[in-house]
Unconditional design. Structure first.
Length: 445
């Protein structure tokens, strides 16, 4: 059996590894554009900030290590076309030759790429995205060369994590966000805490601002907005990502939400013998009861593993997502899971909410820290979402709420959980339990 994988990062290498383990006799070939394989893209902002000191620390496994497993990884190879009827792919080699590679099963794991806003100046020196190891190397070199002022366009995951990275490097930062709030996946009242915290640390945060142009002569000199010019010598564009689904579309494969590749629970596409996984594909959302496009490394690895197993005859299924995410900006953690108020309204669900401010540890323990929990639930007490903003490891408690969503917990179920307690880690009433108790009280009124 010949298994071919397009894409050599999270989903692709998870798929290749699982296929080879499940069927050692199979020939597994991987084709990727980039030089690096199986690297932690989520760690790139921390490499920029110097928290991760060496590039090699981001690489989970090398091409040589995969070769020892019997997986053939071809880097610098651009797949230009999928020919489903012939069960072949067309590949351009690093030398420029066009070759055709046959497959019995094909797994598309082409990932996503940064969106490029329609503004002049994106090609100036000093304008970057945070997307690949070579790109982050350029950013680090720019910082080493003496970058003083940076503008970050976009206040989502990557934008906020890049604030963290550049702040560690002593760079003066302006963050520009087109909408009315940063961290758009959480509710405005929670996002306000994030914005206030960044401003308290010296970050200039501007919301509801329109970027008109990045200007300079060959090298960036500033960003022009509808409120005026902002001088800078570095620009990071972080306005979101879009799926690399054009290759699949060209083969006649059905696309879904936001142009991502449509797959079922087995990661099968609309064409037999072709699977898709990771940031190029949709994911089933357990609360939407529909497909969503929420590209994250956790989902990519899970979907890749399922695609690899099923490509060699397995029957594994993806359990779906509940929209869980977490990020760090400066010394503040932000976690979210389930539905936000905006999502609930879009789905026609009128939800109740409670918000509680709680210590991260026992109040008498040194440096207890503070955090805020927002819990969303319906009139019957069923939990539909949660958001956390707080110091230190406070936001990691989002996993308790994510577990509750997977188990279809009510606030009563959550309030009864036997959670751990020790003064260095938690107050005697864990913040999750406090939020559940307050929600119960609201329902009883």
């Amino acid at each position: 059996m010949q298994i071919v994988v397009i894409g050599a990062v999270a989903a692709g290498m998870s798929a290749a590894s699982k296929a080879k383990r499940a069927q050692p006799q199979a020939r597994v070939q991987v084709f990727g554009r980039e030089e690096h394989v199986s690297y932690a893209a989520c760690g790139l902002p921390y490499y920029i900030g110097g928290v991760v000191a060496q590039q090699r620390n981001l690489i989970a496994r090398t091409r040589e290590q995969f070769a020892q497993q019997g997986i053939e990884v071809n880097t610098g190879h651009d797949v230009t076309q999928i020919l489903p009827q012939q069960q072949q792919i067309c590949v351009q080699t690093p030398e420029g030759r066009e070759v055709k590679v046959p497959y019995d099963k094909l797994i598309i794991a082409t990932g996503a790429r940064p969106k490029r806003p329609s503004i002049p100046g994106l090609d100036l020196d000093g304008v970057f995205t945070v997307s690949t190891i070579p790109e982050t190397e350029k950013i680090r070199k720019a910082i080493t060369a003496g970058v003083k002022r940076a503008v970050i366009i976009g206040g989502g995951y990557i934008g906020l994590e890049t604030v963290d990275a550049l702040h560690l490097q002593g760079v003066e930062i302006t963050l520009l966000q087109r909408s009315h709030q940063v961290a758009g996946t959480i509710d405005p009242d929670m996002a306000e805490l994030v914005q206030e915290h960044m401003q308290s640390k010296g970050v200039d945060v501007q919301t509801q601002v329109q970027v008109e142009e990045i200007f300079g002569s060959q090298t960036v000199q500033g960003v022009r907005t509808d409120r005026g010019d902002i001088p800078c010598d570095l620009v990071i564009v972080a306005v979101g990502v879009q799926p690399n689904s054009e290759l699949a579309q060209g083969a006649g494969i059905e696309l879904g939400v936001k142009g991502a590749i449509q797959v079922n629970a087995k990661m099968e596409t609309s064409i037999p013998n072709i699977y898709a996984a990771g940031d190029c594909a949709v994911a089933w959302h357990r609360l939407y009861q529909d497909n969503a496009y929420i590209p994250l490394g956790t989902t990519a690895n899970k979907q890749g593993r399922i695609a690899g197993e099923n490509a060699v005859g397995g029957q594994a299924e993806f359990d779906g997502i509940v929209g869980t995410g977490i990020m760090k900006v400066l010394d503040l953690g932000i976690g979210r899971t389930g539905l936000s108020t905006r999502e609930a309204n879009h789905l026609g669900k009128g939800l109740e909410t409670v918000t509680v401010d709680v210590s991260n540890r026992a109040r008498y323990y040194p440096n207890p820290g503070q955090g805020r929990v927002k819990l969303l639930f319906d009139g019957e007490g069923k939990i539909w979402g949660a958001q956390l903003v707080g110091a230190d490891n406070f936001a990691k408690r989002i996993d308790v709420f994510a577990t509750a969503l997977h188990a279809s917990f009510s606030v009563q179920d959550l309030a009864g959980l036997d959670l751990s307690y020790s003064p260095p880690f938690s107050p005697v009433w864990d913040p999750a339990l406090v939020a559940a108790n307050v929600a119960q009280s609201k329902l009883e009124k």
